[in-house]
Design a protein around this ligand. Structure first.
Ligand SMILES: [Zn+2]
Length: 460
């Protein structure tokens, strides 16, 4: 599906034929709307959301048994919810509720063929399955993604290096990459990146001459670190590094922009498609797409947090998925609000930053949560460390797993402990454990913190 769209956009001859394909029509309609709506006034955006919400609620009430029940139990009808602010009349939708009620979350007025079952990765928190509208949800997603990438000049025909969670089978060939999409994408294996193979990766990227690098931050960082340590020049053709799917930490952003000598552009979204927000031409704040969903930030009391700098869990309502509506869905992600306006003149609501998943906080002895975001892994304390991962299973106790470089000494352990204590305070005991390697998740992502303690928004 993805490749059909990419093909279509690159080749005008097929456009007419493709206008008959529903997925292409969905892509085109949404992309066309976004070209205009991104410049709408606040009032216009609010009016759009209100209308989209009321259509969604009418539909959910009529056709989705779970929501019919939710309304009836509260003696509500869709007309009682007139604006996004009235959504607080409806309960949250947790991953657990979705799992327990999936059959009743399917809209009765769609044929079975309209449902595509999607499972979120179970690497942290609760694994969950839900439904996309087959052929449509993914197409629409591309319209939003393309609209974001337009801000850094992305075109579908551009050559891209892909540094994500892929494994390219190198056992027989000794080659760690493969081409895709008519040679425009160079997909490079993240699992074989090491001191021995990275020079070959760098040569290959240089001769490929990519205009963009699509990356998981944790994968791009391995390459960037190597390039900086060995004083490798940036790739002159690369315009931007596009980072998604993992939280981008400040230290990663500065390392990547330094090593690659270009803009690092990131976005925040989820596979449930209940929130999408990205940077713009002029700022690294996340611009929330109001056409995509209604986003609330919820504090420890379960009520919306207000004011700039307020931190809360992202709770969001997708406005376009009618086959399996997700209304007030708890993402378990934590973000910080801002009421600033961006100089790009879009009137989209902004997030100051995304702190990451609730499961990416460290729990101190007195039960406070500390974000791992400010920890600076670029400080001298990490110089002789090849890889590391934090691990917590007891309150107030943090295990730091470390893969040492040959140059590592006891002094590095002391320095690392000092640095972490300085960042995390006295309420966390730090234990350094040496390991030979740190495995990635099933999806090839890398987690800086494995949090085994259950954390909920009430702990914020
Ligand atoms: Zn902006």
């Amino acid at each position: 599906m993805k490749s059909d769209l990419l093909k279509a956009s690159a080749n005008p001859i097929t456009l007419k034929a493709l206008s008959l394909v529903p997925s292409y029509r969905a892509y085109r309609a949404m992309y066309t709307l976004l070209q205009e709506s991104q410049w709408w006034s606040r009032e216009e955006l609010a009016a759009y959301q209100t209308k989209a919400l009321s259509r969604l609620l009418d539909h959910a009430y009529e056709n989705v048994p779970y929501y019919r029940r939710v309304f009836q139990e509260r003696s509500l009808v869709p007309e009682d919810i007139r604006t996004p602010a009235d959504l607080t009349l409806l309960p949250f939708l947790t991953k657990e509720i979705v799992q327990a009620n999936l059959a009743d979350l399917k809209a009765r007025n769609y044929p079975e063929s309209a449902f595509e079952y999607v499972r979120t990765s179970g690497s942290t928190g609760t694994p969950m399955g839900f439904y996309y509208e087959k052929g449509i949800s993914r197409a629409r997603e591309w319209a939003f993604m393309k609209t974001q990438w337009d801000r850094v000049g992305y075109r579908f025909r551009d050559r891209c290096v892909i540094l994500r969670g892929h494994v390219v089978d190198a056992a027989s060939s000794g080659v760690y990459w493969k081409k895709a999409l008519f040679g425009r994408w160079l997909i490079m294996s993240s699992h074989q990146m090491n001191e021995e193979t990275l020079p070959a990766y760098i040569d290959r990227i240089r001769t490929f001459r990519p205009r963009f690098i699509h990356a998981y931050p944790s994968t791009a960082v391995i390459l960037a670190r190597y390039m900086r340590e060995h004083e490798v020049e940036p790739f002159p053709t690369v315009k931007a590094v596009l980072c998604g799917s993992e939280n981008l930490y400040p230290w990663q952003r500065s390392l990547l922009s330094e090593a690659f000598g270009c803009r690092v552009f990131s976005w925040y979204g989820n596979s449930e498609q209940t929130v999408l927000a990205g940077e713009c031409e002029e700022s690294t704040r996340y611009h929330i797409f109001p056409e995509y969903s209604i986003v609330e930030l919820i504090g420890r009391d379960g009520r919306p947090v207000a004011g700039p700098g307020a931190m809360g869990e992202v709770v969001s309502t997708n406005l376009t998925n009618y086959v399996c509506p997700l209304i007030r869905y708890r993402t378990m992600d934590v973000a910080v609000a801002t009421d600033k306006q961006c100089s790009c003149r879009r009137q989209y609501p902004l997030l100051e930053k995304v702190e990451g998943r609730l499961q990416e906080f460290i729990v101190t002895r007195n039960g406070h949560l500390i974000s791992v975001t400010p920890i600076n892994y670029e400080s001298g304390a990490f110089e002789n460390i090849r890889q590391f991962q934090m691990y917590q299973e007891e309150i107030g106790e943090l295990i730091m797993k470390v893969v040492r470089k040959p140059t590592y000494t006891d002094e590095d352990t002391r320095q690392l402990t000092r640095e972490l204590r300085w960042q995390l305070g006295d309420e966390v005991n730090i234990h350094v454990h040496f390991v030979d390697e740190i495995p990635r998740t099933e999806g090839g992502k890398f987690r800086y913190l494995i949090q085994k303690l259950p954390i909920s928004v009430g702990d914020l």
